[in-house]
Ligand binder design. Structure first.
Ligand code: PMT
Length: 400
């Protein structure tokens, strides 16, 4: 994937600058042509010689160091880049780009590039969570810049919190995704649901299911990599939000229905990968139910809305995709759902099979189309299945 790709690595002045050396080394080992641009602060933390040696190319720090070549370098790096990664990205460089400030070689080159730009923020938790920084990140995301979320852990300032530079293989994986997309869904608005809804019984108990959200996140990520504007309606806060995806968190089926309906009219593709609870308690106890108070406990349940069915009923231009979690007679039940819920496509998985369905990283699925044609796929990672699903959606959209 990285072979002969031109990768520009921008290193800004965070303490994690030394970790970028590992990233540059890995990229080069994978065959990439790596060019490094450092801010002056970064060059105080790690010497440019390190990045020069590891990348095999000259490192640029000072815009005016070699004035005769300046124009060539600043524009040519911006133009030649297949991908631009800013690692670590400080609050300062994020703020500059968000506000159109181009006053050094790194900010100027970011401004001049049309390549995808991936920011890898790493900083003190309070800085990261500062509304100004978060506002700048949101602004850049809506402008099409990509962001990884920092990890939670021990930070250089000797505190524990969100702000750690992510593991190198996670960054490499995100970069691989950004390089692999063909922009098949460029300009399309994609709405995805993920995870298992939770229906409260009382303040400490709920009715839920084993969905981890992995399948929905994989589809959302694959759609973002194909250039779509992706809104993910998720019940799981534990998974990292894929690069380029806007997440909205919900708890129960009624909340999910509300958010899905809100975004549905304006979307081009809607994908219900979530495992939605079919029932909810008729009443939710306001205080914890005490076992001393009742020897046996009966909880009356009422039907939840069928969100997908509702979307199918009011479908106009949207390409509507459902999932089916079955344990037997998967294709027949799947076909019935395609017809009953007015779907364009359905992904049926046999959740009783090893390595398929809930809370694993792989899946075994069949795709059933509107005309009830079936394509069956072997066991594969949910990320790979997500790519196939998105590819098939794009193929069908292009025929419309
Ligand atoms: O999250 P993971 O751990 O990665 O697991 C992935 C998965 C098994 C949850 C996923 O692959 C999957 O199969 N999702 C759909 C689960 C499901 O609820 O299937 P169903 O056959 O009960 O429902 C059919 C379709 O109707 C689904 O698209 C579902 O989202 C939707 N539905 C169901 C009930 C309901 N009240 N409203 C709905 O919209």
């Amino acid at each position: 994937m990285f072979q002969n790709k031109h990768i520009v690595v921008g290193i800004s002045g965070g303490i994690a600058a030394f970790k970028a050396a590992g990233l540059v080394s890995q990229l080069r080992q994978h065959g990439a042509d790596v060019h490094c641009i450092m801010t002056e602060h970064a060059a105080k933390l790690v010497t440019p010689i390190t990045f020069g040696e590891l990348s095999g190319n000259d490192v640029i720090v000072d815009m005016f160091a070699n004035i005769s070549k300046w124009d060539v370098e600043h524009i040519s790096l911006a133009q030649m880049a297949d991908l631009f990664v800013i690692a670590p990205a400080t609050a300062n460089i994020i703020g500059k780009v968000a506000n159109g400030i181009a006053d050094d070689m790194l900010s100027t080159t970011i401004m001049a590039t049309k390549a995808k730009v991936l920011f890898v923020p790493a900083m003190n938790t309070n800085m990261y969570e500062n509304p100004i920084v978060q506002g700048n990140i949101e602004k850049l995301k809506t402008l099409g810049y990509f962001f990884m979320e920092p990890e939670i852990g021990h930070l250089a300032c000797n505190t524990v919190g969100k702000g750690r530079f992510p593991e190198l293989d996670m960054i490499m994986e995100e970069m691989e995704y950004l390089l692999s997309g063909n922009q098949l869904l460029q300009g399309k608005k994609v709405l995805v649901s993920a995870g298992g809804t939770k229906e409260n019984i009382d303040p400490v108990r709920y009715i839920g299911n084993r969905s981890s959200g992995k399948m929905g996140y994989a589809v959302a990520r694959a759609a973002a990599m194909e250039g779509a504007n992706v809104t993910l309606v998720s019940c799981n806060r534990e998974l990292p939000v894929p690069v380029g995806v806007h997440a909205i968190y919900v708890k129960n089926a009624c909340d999910m229905e509300k958010v899905m309906n809100e975004f549905y009219e304006d979307c081009d593709v809607a994908i219900m990968a979530a495992a939605v609870s079919d029932y909810r308690p008729v009443t939710e106890a306001m205080k914890k139910i005490k076992k001393e108070d009742c020897e046996t406990l009966t909880i009356n349940l009422e039907l939840n809305p069928d969100i997908l069915m509702g979307l199918g009923k009011k479908k106009t231009h949207q390409f509507l995709v459902g999932f089916a979690a079955e344990t037997n007679d998967v294709l027949n039940y799947g076909k019935r759902k395609v017809e009953k819920k007015n779907l364009d496509m359905l992904v049926a998985n046999d959740v009783a099979m090893d390595g398929a369905g809930f809370n694993v990283s792989t899946n075994i699925a069949s795709i059933i189309y509107k005309d009830l044609r079936v394509e069956q796929y072997p066991k594969m990672s949910k990320n790979d299945l997500g790519k196939i699903i998105v590819g098939k959606i794009a193929e069908n959209l292009s025929k419309r």
